[in-house]
Design a protein around this ligand. Sequence first.
Ligand SMILES: [Zn+2]
Length: 280
Amino acid sequence: MIEWPNGARCACAITFDIDADSLIRTALPDDGHDRLQQVTMGRYGPTVAMPRILDTYARMGLKQTFFMPAWCMERYPETVEAMLNAGHEVAHHSWRHENPATHSDEIEEALFSKACDTHVRMTGRMPRGYRAPVYSTTQAMIDRMIERGFLYDSSLMADDVPYVMQTEAGRLVEMPPHWGNDDWPPFAHYEEIGYMMPVRAPSDGLRAFFEEFDAAYATGGFWMPVLHPFLTGRLARWRLFEIWLEDIVKRDDVWFAPLEDIANHVLTQQPRIEQLPYPE
Ligand SMILES: [Zn+2]
């Protein structure tokens, strides 16, 4: 059981992955740039949805965490600047949304480093956290993060609340997502990445996140939706999310913070430890 600061019942981090048009370009490297429907669906995230989301956070006084492929950071520097100016955390989300499990460790090492360089150049520091595209973190990636002094990963699913992964090389906090807290299943319609879901009405799809919050609140837990500006940042969905959030933020026993702050707090507690690597 983790005790949250100031007697809060539950820790919350609304995380957004700003994938933009990296998705189609990595899925179809030869002609993805000319698939304009998919390019524009992605571009909507940083250009239209992000100002909307940042505006909501500013009004509510929230500081949160955004994961962004470094290729997207370089394409949309004004988005990075807006996040930094508002005091949000920008975390590592690959170079161009490549899946670490689908190529060699040498290639992944090079792409991971290239992305770190972009973070240092554009944010002034190394990122503290990482989320793998499609949650595809490997053991090599965990070792890589520990070697580079990362504080946390946010891709793996062994618990409801943050836990610590202990390896021979050191430790890494895991801020666990799960598919019930992810907006791809209710809202994504993306044939080129093999993701054809029946798109839900906003109230129907978002209800899953609200019920996840209720359970975290009731049990003193951790609530971390994994959202995407091009999905949940669309007009009707964000409008509803914002109305709901307004009431939650008013409660004085809910702690909203960037993942970096929550992970640091977890290390002052006695979190559950998972020993890695897992047996083959
Ligand atoms: Zn992503």
